[in-house]
Write a protein that binds this ligand. Structure first.
Ligand code: FAD
Ligand code: SIN
Length: 555
């Protein structure tokens, strides 16, 4: 039974990205909050976000237009109520971020404040608005080309100053503790957590647990995402009994840098918004052959076009060219990309940038409502780990950060309403520390590589029934090895991530196999048309997991 040292918080948030930190700050006035990160606090996608945050701030723009653009890109699968909720509250979220001190770029001389100080003197109408693909207006609020870093650093500073927030690094959440009263709804009581420093697992109790663990793009060999994107929240929620949806909609960003010495470096879509052109090796532009919007078509179309052209010509990459724009503008608007590429010997004011598509965003995830509530009581999920219905079959650029903030606000309100009537749950069973042998790191890292290559080769931008069947077979073999490893050996963060990745990869393949059409990001050569009715792919876990002894089967 639980020892006396068990830690307790009103709210335990797993994840220190935009979603987790926002909820922490919104809840801190009424609750004692802990925020966990499995590595350093900045190890999430948020820190790397470049383009910005979509919100309607211009008089010539309208909420109706932002809603329409989102729904059009979403390919018939966006849930209108959720789109209205997020779009309608995005400007409020930007206002709140300004109040926290986020140094957004302003219109005056591009006004790129980088002092990290208070921005209370800056108002919404003075912010510079950028353009991104498939948005019919300029509506992207940004901090030059490093929006995520500016947001993260500001929220982290605020959170670390707040006496009600405890930030805990190098702690990996393993599994949720769920109490099943039998008959009534199941209830989340806490989380099992691995402490990297001691290599021991302990339980943390909470009245409310929030998954803010980001996406699962690390299931693919090539990705714009940091290592943290291993789908941990989706896997934990599934093992605990939550439904997930639309896992087949994996977004591939069209323009990831193609360079032997720079892994995963994104070239923001906002560069195409400032006029950058996509070209083949011989300088020919090709995007208008695929869509009349050219370089500013939605991401699914641009990524597929690049995939098609590179395969047709047997080339490794295509090129992004912004050399026709004034050098000063390019340097001022994209200072971080300019600097990073200079280090790699590419001067973007004179040279073209070699680019390829890479896995970027997980549109599916844990099913939540507009307050972030899941299928289990007292368990919330927010941010990229969720399926809220906002993105449909394809996410429009820069709606992800807006979703993180808006749903975190709603979740905080929902928790506030309930907290007075929510006691801590009873005792939590101890994790059996010390039962296992030392593991073999080589096996773990080879399983990682195999899994990610399999997903890239067979479940990538263009799919087919035969490719999906092959993926299923390969993953089944890997799953067995990985589970055996998990049962036998001491756990490490790498192993936990691998255990989650194999589960999430299986969910992606199942979702892809179930969708007998090509819609949005999911393109299957054997089913190139659209079904007449658009429906979400909802997957339901069968039975309950034995948390301490392994995973349930996928079906
Ligand atoms: P993340 O920021 O990914 O944070 C996840 C957190 O969870 C991390 O702290 C991680 O350590 C923690 N975590 C995960 N698993 C565990 C575990 N088991 N135990 C403990 N902690 C755990 N979107 C936009 O809207 N605009 C953009 O301009 C934009 N640019 C992007 C650029 C890049 C390169 C990338 C990769 C993404 C971009 N996106 C953009 C997408 C957007 O950044 C993400 O969707 C968003 O930041 C996700 O935030 P989050 O809080 O949900 O998760
Ligand atoms: C980008 O800057 O191109 C990424 C924007 C996003 O993913 O929304």
């Amino acid at each position: 039974m639980t020892g006396p040292a068990v830690q307790k918080f009103d709210i335990l948030i797993i994840g220190s990205g935009a979603a987790g930190l926002t909820l922490a700050l919104r809840a801190a006035p009424f609750a004692k909050v802990a925020v966990l990160s499995k590595a350093s606090l900045e190890q999430g996608a948020t820190f790397y976000a470049q383009g910005g945050i979509a919100a309607v701030l211009d008089d010539r723009d309208s909420l109706a237009s932002h809603i329409d653009d989102t729904m059009t890109v979403g390919g018939g699968l966006c849930h209108r109520d959720m789109v209205e909720h997020v779009v309608g509250n995005s400007a409020g979220a930007v206002q709140w971020l300004l109040e926290q001190g986020v140094p957004f770029s302003t219109r005056s001389g591009a006004g790129n404040r980088r002092d990290g100080g208070e921005s209370s003197s800056v108002d919404l109408s003075s912010l510079h608005l950028a353009q991104e693909g498939a948005h019919s207006h300029r509506r992207i609020i940004h901090a030059t080309d490093a929006t995520g870093k500016a947001v993260f650093q500001t929220l982290r500073r605020r959170a670390s100053e707040h006496p009600a927030i405890e930030l805990m690094v190098n702690r990996t959440a393993i599994d949720l503790v769920v109490h099943d009263p039998g008959g009534a709804r199941r209830r989340c009581a806490g989380v099992y957590v691995l402490d990297d420093a001691t290599r021991r697992v302990s339980a943390i109790k909470a009245r409310f647990v929030v998954l803010a663990t980001g996406g699962a793009s690390k299931s693919y060999l090539y990705t714009t995402n940091p290592d943290s994107a291993s789908g941990d929240g989706i896997a934990m929620a599934w093992r605990a009994g939550c439904r997930v949806a639309n896992m087949e909609f994996n977004q591939f960003h069209p323009t990831c840098l193609f360079h032997p010495h720079a892994r995963s470096f994104l070239i923001t879509e906002a560069m195409r918004g400032e006029g950058a052109r996509l070209e083949l090796a011989d300088g020919t532009r090709f995007m208008t052959r695929f869509d009349s919007r050219g370089e500013l078509s939605s991401r699914d179309i641009v990524a597929r076009a690049i995939d098609h052209e590179t395969k047709r010509l047997g080339e490794d990459c295509v090129y992004l060219n912004i050399t026709h724009r004034p050098a000063d503008l390019v340097r001022e608007r994209f200072p971080n990309i300019y600097r990073r590429l200079q280090e790699l010997g590419i001067d973007i004011t004179r040279d073209r940038i070699p680019v390829v598509p890479a896995a970027h965003y997980t549109c599916g995830g844990v099913i939540v409502n507009r307050d972030g509530e899941t299928d289990i009581d007292n368990l919330y999920a927010i941010g990229e780990t969720t399926f809220s219905g906002l993105h449909g079959a394809n996410r429009i650029a820069s709606n992800s950060l807006s979703e993180c903030f808006v749903i975190a606000f709603s979740a905080a309100q929902s928790i506030r309403r309930k907290i007075g009537d929510t006691p801590f749950a009873g005792a939590i069973q101890d994790w059996p520390n010390g039962r296992a042998e030392s593991g073999d790191d080589i096996l773990v890292s080879h399983n990682w590589d195999e899994l990610r290559r399999c997903m890239w080769d067979y479940v990538g931008i263009v799919r087919s029934d035969a490719r999906l069947r092959r993926a299923e077979k390969r993953l089944a073999m890997l799953r067995e090895e990985i589970h055996e490893h998990f049962r036998r050996y001491h756990i490490s963060r790498d192993m936990l991530e691998l255990r989650n990745l194999i589960l999430v990869a299986g969910l992606i393949v199942r979702g892809a196999g179930a969708r007998k059409e090509s819609r949005g990001l999911h393109f299957n050569l054997d089913h190139p048309g659209l079904l007449s009715e658009a429906a979400d792919t909802v997957l339901t876990p069968a039975g309950h997991t034995d948390l301490l002894h392994g995973d349930q089967p996928l079906s």
